[in-house]
Design a protein around this ligand. Structure first.
Ligand SMILES: Cc1cc2nc3c(=O)[nH]c(=O)nc-3n(C[C@H](O)[C@H](O)[C@H](O)COP(=O)(O)O)c2cc1C
Length: 374
């Protein structure tokens, strides 16, 4: 086994922690014991109702592994990744050992720091054919994954409407609502102090929308808005934005085990990095698919009867556009397009807070409020 310097491990983990996660909750820690690099899942940071059976977290951790793999190759190492290795302590998602590799240039590795979510409205223009074909062909290299691509009407409008329904359910279900607002950071001071969650600028709200959306952060006001029927109007805004994208695509995998979701997350990150490399804007619009998974995996627990009925209808509509949803697991529904850069970037917890050297345990236990104990 080659000797691995601390600098190499730091660079590999630094790449890993740039991965996307739902609400930017960053449900991970890393431990290096001079032989193996372990990636831990921190369940306390991933309590969202969307994250049914931790499926969204497995997707994020797949993205972490892809970033670490790309960075390792770039640095001249070949990572050997064991997923959910038996005999490990609970929480270990991956154990990574390193062999000396050819040190190949990895074009996608360069896109890791630039990759981000872009929630702006996109320009009503198609993607250049070469880029579209590169993205569409990528999942074929990963058996068991499938990418369905929608870039024409009326299907694009139908999928946009399906995805946008999430915005209604979100403001009518207290756990979903509180779960989201817990991660919005309204001030620069909060962003700096917490280094997780979503800075308000990244939500790309118009100046006139921001006070209203902030007010709806109080469940009491969300109830009033819902009573007046205003929450039923929210999907219209989202639908108009989603529909104007160059394409909406669904990545899915065969199987519904945790390894399948990690595998899906690995491919997802390659797609997102490829889009980034070509300056193509990318936004997951996937709340609805995770609510559908909740319906499928745990009977819709935590959702009221009206929302369950709505989801059953959306499930039927989704399967008409994406027949693979009858058998496969959705990993992510997302939109792509050409757009100006986003107004802000989501921060990350610093390396020293997430990497523990010479130990097999997570660096520090998570704080129940979602932050890290000081
Ligand atoms: C599994 C998963 C689901 C996500 N779902 C959504 C979503 O439905 N809407 C959205 O705007 N962003 C979504 N995101 C994007 C995250 O909010 C984003 O990755 C995080 O805030 C970090 O920002 P960054 O990707 O710009 O670094 C999702 C990310 C992941 C990994």
């Amino acid at each position: 086994m080659p000797a691995i310097s601390r600098q190499v491990i730091s660079a590999v983990v630094e790449a890993g922690l740039q991965a996307p996660s739902g609400d930017n909750c960053q449900p991970w820690r890393f431990g290096w014991d001079e032989t193996c690099l372990r990636v831990f899942f921190l369940a306390d940071r991933a309590e969202s109702v969307y994250d049914v059976r931790s499926t969204a977290s497995w997707v994020s951790l797949g993205a972490v592994i892809t970033n670490m793999t790309l960075a390792s190759a770039q640095l001249g190492f070949k990572p050997i990744v064991d997923l959910f290795p038996p005999g490990e302590m609970p929480g270990v998602v991956a154990r990574v050992r390193f062999e000396t590799g050819p040190g190949a240039a990895e074009p996608l590795a360069h896109a890791i720091p630039a990759r981000c979510v872009n929630r702006r409205p996109y320009r009503a223009e198609p993607l250049p054919v070469r880029i579209r074909e590169e993205l569409q062909s990528l999942p074929a290299f990963f058996p068991g994954t499938r990418l369905s691509w929608i870039d024409t009407e009326p299907a694009k409008g139908r999928v946009a409407a399906l995805a946008a329904r999430n915005d209604q359910i979100l403001f009518e279900n207290r756990a979903l609502h509180d779960g989201l607002y817990r991660w919005i950071r309204w001030t620069p001071l909060e962003v700096e102090r917490r280094r997780d969650g979503m800075p308000a600028e990244t939500l790309e709200l118009a100046a006139f929308e921001r006070p209203g959306i902030r007010l709806l952060g109080s469940w009491r006001w969300a109830r009033v808005a819902s009573g007046l029927g205003l929450t039923r109007l929210l999907p219209y805004r989202a639908r108009a934005i989603y529909r104007r994208s160059a394409a909406i695509a669904l990545l899915s995998v065969q199987g519904d085990q945790r390894e399948d979701f990690v595998r899906g997350g690995q491919v997802l990150e390659r797609l997102w990095l490829t889009a980034t490399r070509h300056d193509v804007a990318f936004q997951p619009i996937t709340g609805t698919t995770f609510l559908l998974l909740r319906r499928r995996l745990v009977g819709g627990e935590g959702l009221n009867a009206r929302h369950r009925r709505l989801l059953d209808r959306l499930d039927g509509e989704l399967k008409q556009v994406f027949p693979e949803c009858a058998t496969d697991s959705p990993i992510m529904l997302f939109r792509l397009g050409l757009a100006s850069p986003p107004s802000g970037r989501a921060p990350r917890l610093p390396l020293e807070r997430v990497l523990d050297v010479a130990s097999t345990a997570p660096a520090r236990p998570p704080h129940p409020g979602g932050g890290i104990s000081e």
